[in-house]
Design a protein around this ligand. Structure first.
Ligand code: BES
Ligand code: ZN
Ligand code: ZN
Length: 470
């Protein structure tokens, strides 16, 4: 496997002149200064460098060439501890624990260095090339230990790239093409139910939501793995653009809706990660891929759709389309009787109001699964927050003409009612986790540029590992 350009192999000829990279907090900075000359101390003081998180500083040697690079770290266990490096430091080659140089500073785990540095160097360059190269980090040759870290980096990058790609270049067919590419790379299989086949094969709700777009709706199924391994289904909301449908969103509300396939991007990123690391599971990824568009044949408020599960659904609001496409996918998932179902979806604005953009909401119908997911999230520092499937609020989804409505008049508890709607399509005995994720960074932070983001991806991967005893 070739290294991403923000890394250099230890055998690289330029490594001899790599600048030692020293991770410091306030305590280790003063220790560092105690061991170095008055000249270094004065330089650090003059620069006002206090080892605050994400601060960087080059230290000049006697000849003016850099003798070290300092990076401030608040928490060594933060996977993003080194994320300020690639663009906070000038282009060049840097080495943690350079051979022959005393290992000064804080110890950062290699896997965290790879993820943090790699994502710190992430940019979306499809339509505009960057003006500067990232600084490069030398990696000790420990490929076997680090291949998982690179797989996580690659999967996160895939999620970001898919979400960042505008709908014109990331419609239902393009999402399907990504699944096909992954299947080809890892010996999986893709079966797509396309356009009117959705009606023949009984996915009526996916069809209804997607039929107004000139880009045909589809259900993309990716199958991989040994049939004797535990079967896990991962579903992802693949609304390639959400106009709101006839319940049209405002201009502001629509502005970021290219990201409404973020759940699908997470499902595909997770699939890539599971396949690359060869987890002993049998994986099925389900992506209902549609555009929620406006046209004469669009589905309407008040329409009643009879879903795959036989549950009739009155469309209260065409903008609550994510739960619609997912309900047919979840019903189909349940028919396969898997060991576990997980879905990712940019499902509600309400989840953001409750928890903000950086903390996905977790809903779970199984206590053991919920605590395992939260424990996994904590281990890999990819936080999630559990919210309740609070049964009494099911009454918010009452319809006068159908078994359920897709939304209700109350604007209370929007993330919960969406999750309760989905829960109707999952048998109680089937462990299910639903992640309502934002899939986007609204603000720039080192390692987290504005744009598409994977949230909950590493947590769920860690959960799957734990479940199969890795
Ligand atoms: N895709 C949106 C949810 C969304 C909006 C996620 C903004 C992240 C940021 C979803 O399809 C939607 O529009 N949901 C509505 C549901 C409502 C009509 C019941 C919402 O959350 O407002
Ligand atoms: Zn919507
Ligand atoms: Zn949506």
């Amino acid at each position: 496997m070739s290294l991403p350009p923000c890394f250099a192999n230890a055998s690289h000829e330029d490594v001899a002149r790599a600048v030692p990279l020293i991770a410091v907090d306030a305590a280790s900075l003063s220790k560092y200064l105690g061991k170095h000359s008055e000249r270094v101390r004065r330089w650090v003081e003059a620069a006002g460098f206090k080892a605050e998180a994400n601060a960087t500083l080059l230290i000049p040697g006697e000849d003016g060439a850099p003798q070290a690079a300092l990076v401030g770290v608040a928490d060594v266990r933060d996977p993003f501890a080194l994320s300020a490096g690639p663009f906070g430091l000038p282009p060049g080659i840097y080495a943690l624990g350079k051979p022959g140089v005393a290992n000064e500073g804080l110890r950062i785990e290699l896997a965290d260095a790879i993820l943090g540095w790699g994502l710190g160097a992430y940019r979306f360059e499809r339509y505009r090339k960057a003006t500067r190269a990232p600084a490069r980090l030398v990696l000790e040759d420990a490929r076997t230990q680090t291949s998982e870290a690179f797989a996580i980096l690659k999967a996160t990058t895939l999620v970001r790239d898919l979400v960042n790609t505008p709908t014109e270049d990331m419609g239902p067919a393009e999402l399907e093409a990504v699944a096909l590419r992954l299947a080809k790379a890892y010996d999986g299989e893709v079966v797509t139910v396309l356009g009117d086949e959705l009606l023949r094969e009984n996915f009526p709700v996916i069809h209804a939501v997607g039929r107004a777009s000139h880009r045909a709706p589809r259900l993309v199924k990716l199958h991989w793995g040994d049939p004797t391994h535990p079967h896990i289904v991962v579903a992802g909301k693949g609304v390639c653009f959400d106009t709101g449908g006839l319940n049209l969103k405002t201009g502001d509300g629509m502005r970021l809706m290219k990201k409404d396939m973020g759940g699908a991007a997470h499902a595909l990123g997770l699939a890539q990660l599971v396949m690359a690391t060869k987890l002993p599971i049998r994986l099925t990824v389900l992506i209902p891929a549609v555009e929620n568009s406006v046209a004469g044949n669009a589905f309407r408020p008040g329409d009643v759709l009879v879903s795959r599960a036989g549950i009739s659904v009155e469309v209260d609001n065409t903008d609550a389309e994510g739960r619609l496409v997912l309900c047919d996918a979840l019903a189909y998932a349940a028919e396969m009787k898997p060991a576990l179902v997980i879905d990712f979806a940019t499902l509600t604005g309400a989840a953001r109001v409750a928890l903000g953009p950086e903390l996905p909401a977790l809903f779970c119908n199984d206590e053991a699964l919920a605590s395992d997911v939260l424990a996994a999230a904590a281990r890999v520092r990819d936080p999630l927050w559990r919210m309740p499937l609070w049964k009494p609020y099911t009454s918010y989804l009452k319809s006068n003409v159908a078994d359920t409505a897709n939304s209700g008049s109350s604007r209370m508890a929007g993330a919960i009612t969406a999750a309760l709607y989905l829960q109707r399509f999952v048998p109680d005995a089937l462990p299910w986790a639903h992640l309502d994720t934002y899939a986007w960074n609204d603000r720039d932070r080192p390692g987290h540029p504005v744009g598409g983001e994977a949230l909950g991806l590493r947590a769920v991967y860690e959960l799957l590992k734990a479940r199969v005893g890795r």
